[in-house]
Design a protein around this ligand. Structure first.
Ligand code: AHR
Length: 637
């Protein structure tokens, strides 16, 4: 019982006879919410809700990046060819090995050597790939494929097949001809017919005669979002679009830093044709294809109308490796300046011209640069000096850019400070007022990573309720907190797919779903408003939270009420300062029977918001909020 309830209960019991007290349920004290509609206190940050991503939990390769072939650059796994087993039909004989002496480019210097010593049309032999927990197949789809190859038997055709593991049915097949003794890129299309939807398929490459074929960059893409060649998975992009995110923090996270300096996100090695991208080890213990390179990140922003929040590598990697400020750091500062030019420079600048050559002549908008990631973990305490060096160089060339620090610094004043919060549900509830009394004279705040960590692989309803409570605090304080992004965003839900739990959106090869926490964010970000309105919640039990905003152009009032208790809460709502009020409002509610209720790949819609029209009697009315619920009441005034 909170203090006000306890006091009120004592006063009531002092005045009433005992029999009445014990009998009357109507003596429960009703929570009240008084909203001063005509006295907004501050602006809501229009960029409050955005996305943070990195290569973790198979977020890009095997996730949003549409590539269906796993280990397409071949042989970087521990035993080099684990993901490329042999295929030997009938009495054919084949041997596969990683060849370190021949690759298609200076960036990709090795390849898969497929040596077939016995094969025929009826007994072909070669290699296969299982994709990321299966290759999905759907009917009547044209899949776009490519690979690099050379052979010791010029003219030998390679047959590419998509075959179902269980039924053996071939969904599509194509013959690729023209192989020579030199490395060359080949393309193919696999068109499926009237086949059932399935995820348990392999991509198989075979030859029907004895020969040796060298392969690399074997690729297969389904149709992608906005039909971008080498683009993103449409279902996952659609989920993101539903969040109406305003920015994308890229490329990490720990993924920016790498375990070692040599494993940082070295952006120059992630642009241009795939064959020029050497790939790199991610700190989350698998190799990144770098198919999701800098330009792909920017196009992802373009597709969802988000602004990039570009994190530049700042000379610190996770294994406590750092670069001292001063001359040693200069090349890294220059890399960051070049990166900014690649993003924003016109096509007649050096790096703007590279971007144009890569297929995007128009510059991208850019306002925020983040210098590093979680640099408070750098035991050398070099961040102050490193940040100042980046800050001065960037501001000198780009005074309009807002520069984000990842840890407090003293030498220069950052425009924005990135703060991270990974919390239990209890912590998220108790931190809902974290910023209420925070200093308004320092930098603006970017909550660049946050999550309530309950549920696995994706958050449950308890986490979503706690997230909602936390978000009421960010929203109320969005004069200070200008941006926020949940982390991590994605998880491949199959065993072995996850390095960190929980994650906002789950998927397998075929489908994807939003967790209850995802839906909390959809509810908040699609009812943002432009101004914060004072709202006094009284006599409410613990685990009830609220924030109220209004939109000063559409005259909508958004009343968010989080009822994380196990009972319904009937709240007396009073709006002051409204001249007129529409008699009908929209109430969107997400709730469940228990805090452990959740969504999953097999039950993606168990906990989702539902919208009803409700009648509003006038500026004073009572609304009952379901147990374990997140609610947005949208009124027109
Ligand atoms: O979100 C997972 C990790 O948590 C991020 O990579 C890192 O920035 C943080 O420590």
């Amino acid at each position: 019982m909170n203090k006000s309830i306890a006091v009120a209960a004592f006063l009531t019991s002092a005045l009433l006879p005992f029999s009445l007290l014990t009998q009357s349920p109507s003596l429960t004290i009703q929570p009240s919410l008084t909203i001063e509609v005509d006295h907004p206190t501050s602006k809501v940050s229009p960029t409050l809700y955005g996305l943070m991503t990195e290569e973790i939990n198979y977020s890009y390769d095997g996730g949003i990046y549409g590539e269906l072939v796993r280990d397409r650059t071949l042989g970087h796994e521990w035993d080099a060819i684990r993901l490329w087993p042999t295929v030997a039909r009938g009495d054919s004989i084949v041997n596969v090995s990683a060849d370190d002496s021949s690759g298609p480019s200076p960036a990709l210097t090795r390849s898969l050597r497929v040596t077939v010593s016995k094969a025929s049309e009826s007994s072909p032999a070669g290699v296969e790939n299982a994709g990321y927990w299966g290759i999905p197949v759907r009917p009547h789809i044209a899949y776009s494929g490519s690979f690099y190859a050379m052979t010791d038997s010029p003219g030998i055709p390679v047959t590419v097949t998509l075959q179902n593991d269980q039924t053996g049915v071939v969904a599509a097949s194509a013959a690729v001809t023209g192989l020579t003794g030199e490395w060359k890129r080949f393309t193919y299309t696999l068109k499926t017919g009237d086949v059932p939807v399935s995820s348990n398929n392999h991509l198989i490459l075979t030859i029907a005669k004895p020969a040796t074929v060298w392969l690399n960059l074997v690729s297969l893409f389904p149709p992608t979002y906005h039909d971008r060649p080498g683009g993103n998975r449409a279902d996952i992009m659609n989920l993101l679009a539903g969040m109406q995110p305003k920015f994308l923090r890229l490329p990490g996270g720990n993924y920016l830093e790498g375990e070692h300096i040599a494993e940082r996100f070295d952006w120059k090695k992630t642009i241009g044709p795939w064959v020029d991208r050497p790939t790199h080890m991610s700190p989350w213990h698998y190799r990144s294809s770098d198919g999701m390179g800098l330009l792909e990140f920017l196009e992802w922003c373009e597709d969802l109308k988000m602004q990039p929040v570009l994190a530049v590598y700042a000379g610190y990697s996770l294994a406590q490796e750092h670069v001292d400020p001063g001359p040693a750091l200069e090349p890294y500062v220059q890399d960051a300046l070049d990166e900014i030019e690649y993003v924003t420079g016109s096509a007649d600048t050096k790096w703007g011209a590279e971007r144009a050559k890569d297929g995007h002549p128009a510059p991208f908008p850019l306002r925020y640069i983040e210098v590093g990631n979680e640099d408070q973990f750098d035991h050398s305490h070099s961040y102050d000096g490193r940040f100042a060096q980046f800050y001065r160089a960037i501001k000198q060339r780009h005074p309009d850019l807002q520069i984000i620090a990842t840890a407090p610094v003293k030498s220069v004043a950052p425009d924005v400070l990135d703060e991270h919060f990974y919390m239990s549900a209890a912590q998220s509830f108790s931190e809902a007022h974290h910023y209420d009394a925070a200093d308004r004279n320092g930098p603006k705040i970017f909550v660049g990573e946050w999550a309530t960590r309950e549920g696995d692989p994706t958050p449950n309803l308890e986490a979503a309720l706690a997230d909602a409570a936390w978000l009421t605090g960010l929203e109320r304080n969005s004069d200070l907190v200008i941006m926020s992004s949940y982390a991590p965003l994605f998880v491949e839900v199959n065993p072995g797919g996850m390095q960190w739990a929980p994650d906002l959106i789950g998927y397998d090869a075929l489908s994807s779903y939003g967790s209850p926490s995802y839906w909390t964010q959809v509810m908040f970000s699609t009812h943002l408003g432009t101004e914060v309105v004072p709202a006094a919640l009284a006599d409410a039990p613990p685990r009830v939270f609220t924030s109220v905003t209004r939109d000063d152009t559409t005259h909508k009032l958004f009343v968010k009420v989080v009822n994380a208790t196990s009972t319904s809460q009937s709240v007396a709502i009073s709006l002051t300062g409204v001249k007129k009020l529409a008699p009908q409002a929209k109430l969107t509610t997400m709730s469940g029977k228990t805090p452990n209720a959740t969504n999953s790949i097999t039950h993606p819609d168990a906990v989702v918001p539902i919208t009803h029209t409700v009648s509003i009697a006038g500026p004073k009315f009572t609304r009952t909020f379901a147990p374990y619920s997140v609610n947005v009441l949208e009124l027109s005034y």
